[in-house]
Design a protein around this ligand. Structure first.
Ligand code: IMP
Ligand code: MG
Length: 182
């Protein structure tokens, strides 16, 4: 695949991860009021797979934020879409594609806490701990990865590559070219 230097999480591994996380979450939330809240757009693919591996009752909702420009976080979270539900009294599980600097998730977690959610946990498909800036960790992690820019399985570079069925490392030439041009 053009622009991808290697496959980091294969389709088979993705299936195993979703099955494992789904089992764990179904057990932990058996007697709770589970609301899966996914962060658009990157997490939609993971959300769709994860929710089909969850066997307890749950509802879903979506939020949209952005903090990225190219391959770098701007550190400023832009809020683009709020929840439709009122999170008060709900057991919220934030479903994210990747936990990187942690700025996005700590912003969302604090915001939901202020709105009196009963509990808030985080499920991240990928975790890049090397780049953490905010004091946050995921309660459920699909896979810990090294500090490389990855795409596919919902993750994008400038809105491209989201449709790849696996997670791959983006060749640095792809964004080096771009930086030269701009
Ligand atoms: P954070 O706020 O730095 O933790 O970044 C969270 C968001 O940044 C994720 O939801 C992704 O959309 C994006 N992001 C972080 N790392 C990557 C990456 O390696 N590839 C694509 N998007 C990324
Ligand atoms: Mg994103």
């Amino acid at each position: 695949m053009e622009g991808i230097s290697k496959i980091l999480v294969s389709e088979d591994e993705i299936k195993e991860i979703c099955a494992r996380l789904g089992r764990q979450i179904s057990e932990d939330y058996r007697d709770k009021k589970l609301f899966l809240v996914s962060v658009l757009k990157g997490a939609v693919v993971f959300m769709a797979d994860l929710m089909r591996n969850i066997t307890c009752d749950c509802e879903i909702d979506f939020m949209a934020v952005s903090s990225y420009s190219g391959t770098k976080t701007t550190g400023v979270v832009k809020f683009r879409k709020d929840l439709d539900i009122n999170p008060e009294g709900c057991d919220i599980l934030l479903v994210e594609d990747i936990l990187d600097s942690g700025i996005t998730l700590s912003y969302l977690k604090n915001m939901l806490l202020q709105r009196n959610a009963a509990s808030i946990k985080v499920c991240a498909f990928l975790d890049k701990p090397a780049n953490r800036q905010a004091d946050i960790s995921a309660d459920y992690v699909g896979k810990v990865i090294p500090d490389e820019f990855v795409v596919g399985y919902g993750l994008d570079y400038e809105e491209k590559y989201r449709n790849l069925p696996f997670v791959g490392v983006l060749s640095p030439e792809v964004y080096a070219d771009k930086q030269e041009r701009s």
